[in-house]
Write a protein that binds this ligand. Structure first.
Ligand code: NA7
Length: 545
């Protein structure tokens, strides 16, 4: 039977992915009573849910791992350049066991509501199991890409085949052998799964709305010597990542793409495309102006379009796969393995649903304006209500009953991406207004977890009870995030960074593109200046005392 009693802790953490686990470990070590709620029946967040074929991280394993514990960092052996989902899930579980985290995690429990009580200066947190927990702090470690989204076309309930969303893949896996399969969506999840589904299925139809830039992953077993040499100098390696733009250290660019000679540009693009040690950011970081100058960006975009034309045999299919509507990188670029090659297979067909949109899911499959497709299975690789979806999914009411959903009706407003005015002691990890999805998530997660726990410790040490941003600081930061965003090409694309993929979502550039290093510096300065821009208050003394 669910426990409906009112418990009391210092901190409720929502989510047991990388953020939630590190928060629990760190806060518990600092003497706080912490309770973590997790909707899944296991830990791992992103790596728990995204079990679709081909799911793997597209940041290198040596960069995409925790740095907070020397022994953990040294003892864990990665096997590939880009570890697959199963390996990442093993790693997360190893972390949970190694630091004895499970005893404070309530699995299969979704937080539904959090209400601030100004008298007590505490949150009341409720779950879908009927738990009620009173906590001084609530930390949303809910992830940026965790609220999955199926297309808003009618008829799904009439479909008689099996359907899946890549972000909620069945644990037992799916066997598509002999089936006619449809995949809707060509973002990272579609790009990773399409080649593997094509190998297994009798026939695959890919429904593409927007072609993406897909760079060869060149995934391979990790070179043991490389792993040893990174581990030998891990402190320095991590420091360079923390000070970098995207949380992945690269040699600094010295000139704009058009200041370089044709040969220099070509040499860089060749490396970004063909080098087995390339990375997703190579195209974006080789010159200084890749994300700010359309003409500079075009040189990379054209290079990729030329490679697509070389690989894909049918010129009409190649043309459809070539992105022309957005600059390289302004929608999340993808890493692929045999992605473009897959469209040369006789059992694969590409359908342009930009020109001929999906109008209906039918009993047998799917119908566009001009054609009906019979499909035994449908895969939605259609993405997430990014960055804000998991936060507004919880009914959050702050001071004077103020609702987070309503406060964010015109787009998210935060100070430093960690707190919201009117919501004392509510914290976000990799929230909107922080580098988050524009960075190596592990670097950003560790920085937020450490900064937030330090802020909570400072409150305790100074005998203070609450902390929240002042409205002016929040306005200033929200404006700054927007201004920096608009100095780049990002707003020119329709992307989930801008909220474009969710009908009705306000069009706001949500992540902070000022760079991971400068952002960290700003956060540290704010803390060093007595948490400038935040209001910190003692517990209110009850009347009559
Ligand atoms: P993404 O990147 O949001 O991709 C979703 C894809 O689904 C994208 O191609 C969308 O086209 C397409 N989509 C969404 N709705 C529809 C409808 N209604 N009709 C046709 N096509 C549709 O999600 P992913 O899961 O692939 O990747 C998420 C992140 O995970 C990724 O960026 C990495 O950070 C890791 P659109 O581009 O909107 O036209």
């Amino acid at each position: 039977a669910p426990d409906t009693s009112v418990g009391e802790v210092d901190v409720v953490v929502v989510g047991a992915g990388f953020s939630g686990l590190y928060l629990l470990h760190r806060l518990r070590g600092l003497g706080f009573r912490v309770l973590v709620f997790e909707a899944g029946d296991g830990v791992g967040g992103t790596w728990y849910w995204n079990r679709y074929p081909g799911a793997r991280v597209d940041v290198k394993s040596m960069d995409y791992s925790f740095s907070f514990d020397r022994e953990l960092e040294q003892e864990w052996e990665w096997t590939e350049k880009y570890p697959p989902q199963e390996e990442l899930l093993r790693y997360v579980n190893h972390v949970a066991d190694r630091f004895d985290l499970r005893k404070d995690i309530r699995l299969e429990t979704r937080v539904t509501e959090a209400v601030w009580d100004d008298e007590d200066a505490r949150w009341m947190v409720r779950t879908d199991r009927g738990d009620q927990v009173s906590a001084q702090h609530v930390i949303m470690a809910t992830g940026c890409l965790s609220t999955s989204k199926v297309p808003e076309v009618p008829g799904l309930e009439t479909y008689t085949g099996r359907w899946y969303h890549t972000g909620h893949w069945p644990k037992e896996g799916v066997d598509f052998s002999g089936q006619r399969v449809g995949v809707v969506g060509t973002g990272s999840s579609g790009v990773q799964s399409i080649p593997l589904i094509a190998e297994q299925a009798a026939h695959l139809t890919v429904f593409q709305r927007t072609p993406n830039f897909v760079v060869p992953a060149h995934n391979h077993p990790i070179d043991p010597e490389h792993q040893r040499s990174v581990k030998a100098e891990y402190d320095e390696y991590r420091r360079a990542n923390r000070e970098s733009g995207f949380g992945i250290a690269v040699p600094p660019a010295t000139k704009g793409a058009l200041e370089a000679s044709e040969e220099e540009r070509q040499a860089l693009w060749e490396r970004a495309w063909y080098d087995r040690d390339n990375s997703l950011v190579t195209f974006l970081t080789g010159f200084t102006d890749m994300i700010t100058d359309k003409a500079a960006n075009d040189t990379a975009a054209q290079y990729v379009r030329d490679r697509i034309a070389e690989i894909v045999e049918d010129p009409e299919v190649a043309r459809l796969l070539q992105p022309t509507d957005h600059p390289f990188g302004t929608k999340r670029p993808c890493l692929g393995t045999n992605y473009y090659e897959t469209f040369n297979r006789p059992n694969v067909r590409l359908v342009d649903v930009r020109k001929d949109p999906i109008v209906e899911i039918t009993a047998k499959g799917l119908r566009t304006g001009t054609e009906e497709f019979e499909l035994d299975a449908l895969v939605f690789a259609t993405g997430f209500d990014a960055m804000t979806g998991a936060l507004t999914a919880v009914d959050i009411h702050g001071r004077d009953g103020r609702s987070l959903r309503e406060s964010w009706a015109a787009g998210p407003r935060t100070y430093l991406g960690v707190q919201m005015a009117g919501f004392p002691n509510l914290w976000t990890i990799t929230g909107p207004g922080s580098p988050s999805v524009l960075s190596n998530m592990m670097v950003s997660i560790e920085q937020h977890v450490e900064w937030v726990t330090d802020a909570i410790v400072a409150l305790r040490d100074e005998g203070l009870a609450t902390m929240e941003p002042d409205e002016g600081a929040q306005d200033g930061w929200t404006r700054h995030v927007d201004e920096v965003g608009h100095m780049t090409l990002y707003p020119s694309a329709n992307s989930w960074y801008m909220g474009d993929n969710v009908p009705g979502k306000p069009r706001v550039f949500m992540p902070y593109i000022g760079g991971v290093g400068p952002y960290r510096q700003k956060c540290d300065e704010v803390a060093a200046n007595g948490y400038e821009g935040f209001v910190r208050r003692p517990q209110r003394v009850p009347a009559g005392m």
